[in-house]
Write a protein that binds this ligand. Structure first.
Ligand SMILES: [Zn+2]
Length: 408
């Protein structure tokens, strides 16, 4: 079976997660459909201690075949697909020798190069695309394929000496619960990689620091005709609050290492109102400043009304994994060395978001993120570059080789 056939097979299994059931893991029972397949395949590939637990986490371990004392390296990918777009009846198609022009996914839907200009650079490549009615699911089934294909290669090459290799497949990444029941102890690796990025040149060791703010407003609603000097309009207080935050520090005006405060939901009337924000910054100190700004703005609103109209609840979500990865450089250094050896121009840009690895890193397992050749995730324009998917397998094998050559 080729990478391509394997990817098609996994993509056809519907594993969409569902935020409406985020209190249960997995959020959808159908994620077990893929988990069971992977459990069986890991056993067939000779892995030991293969388990599928009640929360739909699959673990396996390929034992070392060297006497040398070497570190255990791990690889992780997620099984679910994004709730944003249908993952039912995925019908992938291969485009041979892509000509760099628009791709008609079906008679009504066209993937236009003017919308995704970077795709022109993929001219000459072999692309997997959708039929325009679903997402593809290369996020993150391409990650699973890269790991499985590396294991297949290892099985076919018993002469290749390596240390122990831990493998983990997780549910519900797309609804933010991937690491929730991830058992770092059972996984038992010295460092690991989430195979969950875009281009195979991607080596991500830096994510946002993230927090959320829920700002609530309590009004005093009375008949507008008798409201003079008495009414407190909560909706209006919320509008004032929102207008006081820096207009340029929003997602639509920031890039690179610039953080933001993003109003993602608001509701309200005269009686009560609510603003929901997410706060992001690669710099931990700057994130603290953003939290302080929210608190101070709330104080200002209260001072303005002369009574406690506004209350804010701040919550930390995840932290920039670079903080920890810099203390344990082997994971990033090894990947970088391997990618350079393979002639890949390493793309080490800070992720403007989080990865499962950022939480797993803070659970004690250093875990940068690597790409497997997919793009345009979470929608019908998703694609995967087959050459890059195969290269992702080479990156994994290179990391295993480097780790086996280094002293533990
Ligand atoms: Zn993903």
């Amino acid at each position: 079976m080729s990478s391509e056939e394997r990817l098609i097979r996994y993509c056809r299994i519907d594993t969409q997660s569902d935020p409406a059931h985020e209190d249960v893991t997995p959020s959808t029972a159908k994620q077990f459909d893929l988990a069971r397949v992977l459990e069986t395949e890991l056993k067939e590939l000779g892995l030991e201690d293969v388990t599928l637990d009640e929360h739909c986490y699959v673990y396996g371990r390929l034992p070392a075949n060297t006497e040398k004392n070497v570190k255990t390296v791990g690889f992780i990918a997620h099984m679910d697909t994004a709730p944003d777009f249908s993952g039912t009846n995925v019908n992938p198609r291969i485009i041979e020798n892509f000509d760099g022009n628009d791709i008609a996914l079906n008679p009504e839907v066209t993937l236009k190069m003017e919308d995704f200009p970077w795709m022109r650079e993929l001219k000459g490549k072999r692309l997997m695309v959708t039929d325009g009615t679903t997402l593809l699911g290369a996020d993150d089934k391409a990650g699973i394929v890269s790991i499985m294909e590396a294991l297949v290669w290892l099985k076919e090459h018993p002469e290749f000496k390596h240390g122990a290799i831990s493998v983990g497949f997780t549910p519900d990444e797309e609804i933010g619960n991937g690491p929730k029941y991830f058992d770092v102890k059972k996984f038992n690796a010295d460092f690991a990689y989430t195979m969950d990025g875009g281009t195979v040149r991607e080596l991500a060791d830096e994510t946002f620091n993230a927090a959320s703010a829920l700002v609530t407003f309590k009004g005093f609603s009375i008949h507008p005709g008798e409201a003079k000097d008495r009414m407190i309009n909560a909706a209006l207080a919320a509008v004032k609050f929102a207008a006081m935050l820096p207009a340029h520090e929003v997602p639509e005006h920031t890039e690179g290492r610039e953080g933001f405060i993003h109003l993602h939901n608001m509701e309200g009337d005269c009686e009560s109102a609510k603003l929901s924000y997410i706060l992001r910054d690669h710099d931990g100190a700057k994130l603290e400043e953003k939290k302080e700004l929210i608190r101070k703005t709330a104080d200002y609103i209260n001072a303005m009304y002369g009574t406690e109209v506004c209350t804010c609840t701040l919550r930390d979500s995840y932290r920039n994994m670079k903080e920890v990865l810099d203390q344990h450089p082997q994971a990033v250094d090894t990947a970088r060395a391997v990618m350079e050896e393979l002639g890949l121009q390493v793309l080490n840009t800070p992720v403007r978001g989080g990865t499962d690895g950022s939480q797993i890193t803070f659970m004690g397992l250093p875990c940068p993120n690597l790409g497997c050749g997919g793009g345009n995730f979470h929608g019908r324009y998703e694609y995967c570059v087959m050459e890059e998917l195969e290269m992702a397998r080479e990156v994994i094998l290179g990391i295993i080789r480097h780790t086996a050559e280094a002293e533990a």
